[in-house]
Design a protein around this ligand. Structure first.
Ligand code: GLU
Length: 549
């Protein structure tokens, strides 16, 4: 009996060949330099900042070359599937407007693209056709090693300090006759299919990674599992070969943890005679932890999860900008000269990616975000705040909508000027900065009095100020001159220079008086422009608050 007999016996229902599938999925009709990229998550967990980094790179490379970015759901490890993971991935792509050109969403029955199915568990027959061909060529074989046997082999290899894996003499079923193999399957023995590796570990080959450059790697000689009869599904290695070949992926962008699989992928593509895609292995995302720099961790660092950024209400622009900044060393300089351009206009170069790791810094993200938010119109910030609070702070959402125009005016303080105020980086920070502007939230239990702390003196200052000097209709200069007059009347220096020269001549200065007024109406000693705040609050509310002291 021949290997073809074995292949027919194992896959009797598979009648299409590799060539048939290549006809069904012909070369894409794209410009010569167009790149086809894919995000291929396994729905086994929630999205990590490292995954997001890869998605941004996928997206930018596809878009700037007029190519295609598609989403493939790699659900071959069904035991590890986490409920809601696929929906969440889709949500993140939609939220950041990094929508794939081709995809398939099972929950909504929504799909697009001619190279599907884009869900691996729906591609069983395709994989089987490729496996069948490999078996009939004698380049793959059924293996009947049990888990216990494999554990023992691993233990022995460990003890003997030998390389781990099923290769050479450890590949017990590599040379089983077709008859024996068929017999075993007929007897109901569970099996996997392994690649019959032709590699030699002592030989090396050169592999080029677009980000990491040339690497000298040992050839693969491991008879890697490529298919499991128990699930009728291939392993990641084999699905990568089949899918990226038939979907005509030009650039495989994936995490560095896959680097150790390059030799087996290289051998698989070579075995079929397929052209290898280009690879970019993305660096680990690092963070500063005290004096140390370490890998960002899902367990230790909340910012490792993509959900963190939405929970805090960072604008999508800021997050993408922060990623682009670490993805390419010249991005920041480009942004300075192209402040209005979409990030996809930047000419991304894999060569400029840092291979050793990308340092992601939350302070940097905050800076980017503060700058960005400071340049928006108050109405735009209101819209962002409205969307975010709807989900994360419904009570505050009600309040800002009840007083919509008022809220926009608050957000407009020190905005639309040459040096706008930059005091918040995300939506979550806003409430804490403006809560006191709402009657409903103003709660003067924690006044931040400074320098002048004597209640009688405070009340005296405020009473005289309101009786004699405060006028809602004053312009800003007149208003400030009146605060100075109040200082003169009460023995506080209205001129800071004079105060600094002879502090003993005064009870304090105009700074102290302003602070008393500021704290009395906001409870805070640090706020945006006091004149604007007073104007927005109105005389009646100012008096009400002063009364509470
Ligand atoms: N399913 C793999 C993962 O989630 C994909 C790796 C790849 O992009 O090829 O890590």
């Amino acid at each position: 009996m021949t290997n073809k007999d074995l292949a027919d016996f194992l896959f009797p229902d598979i009648d299409k060949t590799v060539a048939d599938y290549e006809k069904i999925y012909p070369k894409r009709d794209l410009d010569e330099n167009a790149c086809v990229t894919r995000y291929a998550p396994s729905p086994t967990g929630f999205m990590h900042i490292g995954n997001f980094y890869s998605v941004v790179v996928d997206y930018v490379i596809a878009k700037q070359s007029n190519g295609v970015f598609f989403l493939r759901n790699e659900d071959t490890d069904q035991a590890r599937e986490v409920e809601g993971a696929v929906e969440y991935i889709r949500h993140v792509l939609e939220h950041y407007k990094l929508n794939p050109d081709e995809y398939e969403y099972r929950d909504t029955n929504d799909s697009k693209g001619n190279y599907g199915p884009y869900i691996q568990s729906e591609r069983k027959n395709i994989y089987k056709a490729f496996i069948k061909e490999l078996v009939s060529m004698g380049k793959a074989y059924p293996c009947f090693l049990t888990q216990e046997e494999m554990d023992t082999i691993r233990e022995n290899q460990s003890k003997a300090k030998a390389r781990i894996g099923i290769y050479g003499k450890f590949a017990k079923y590599r040379n089983l006759s077709v008859e024996e193999a068929i017999e075993k399957v007929k007897n109901g023995e569970n099996y996997t299919i392994r690649l019959k590796s032709e590699g030699d570990f002592d030989e090396k080959f050169t592999f080029h990674d677009l980000a990491n450059g040339d690497m000298e790697l040992h050839e693969n000689d491991i008879d890697t599992i490529i298919y499991k009869s128990s699930t009728e599904l291939p392993t990641y290695h084999f699905a990568h070969l089949v899918d990226d070949h038939l979907m005509h992926t030009t650039h495989v962008i994936r995490g560095q943890e896959w680097m150790s699989s390059i030799p087996v992928h290289y051998e698989l593509f070579k075995t079929f005679g397929f052209e290898l895609p280009k690879y970019i292995h993305t660096p680990l995302i690092l963070k500063k932890d005290g004096d140390k720099i370490r890998k960002i961790s899902k367990r230790l660092d909340p910012e490792a999860r993509m959900a963190y950024y939405e929970e805090k209400g960072y604008p999508i622009y800021s997050v993408i900008e922060a990623i682009m900044t670490i993805a390419n060393s010249n991005y920041e300089a480009w942004r300075e000269t192209h402040p209005e351009s979409p990030f996809t206009d930047f000419e991304f170069s894999p060569k400029k990616m840092s291979a050793s790791g990308a340092l992601f810094d939350l302070d940097k993200l905050d800076n980017i975000s503060k700058n960005y938010l400071s340049k928006l119109k108050a109405t735009e910030v209101f819209d962002l705040l409205d969307t975010w609070t709807k989900e994360y702070d419904p009570e505050f959402n009600e309040l800002i909508n009840k007083y919509k125009e008022y809220t926009i005016s608050i957000l407009n303080i020190e905005r639309e000027q040459e040096k706008p105020r930059k005091d918040f980086a995300c939506m979550k920070e806003i409430k804490n900065l403006i809560f006191y502007m709402y009657k409903e939230l103003f709660n003067p239990t924690e006044y931040e009095w400074k320098n002048i702390t004597d209640k009688n003196e405070i009340k005296n200052i405020l009473n005289i100020y309101m009786d004699k000097y405060y006028d809602y209709n004053d312009d800003k200069d007149t208003w400030f001159n009146k605060v100075k007059l109040l200082c003169d009347e009460l023995g506080y220096a209205s001129n800071i220079k004079e105060y600094k020269q002879n502090p003993e001549n005064f009870k304090g200065s105009v700074v102290d008086i302003s602070t008393v007024i500021r704290v009395s109406v906001t409870s805070r000693s640090n706020t945006p422009d006091l004149y604007e705040l007073l104007k927005l609050l109105g005389k009646e509310e100012i008096l009400r608050r002063i009364d509470m002291i």
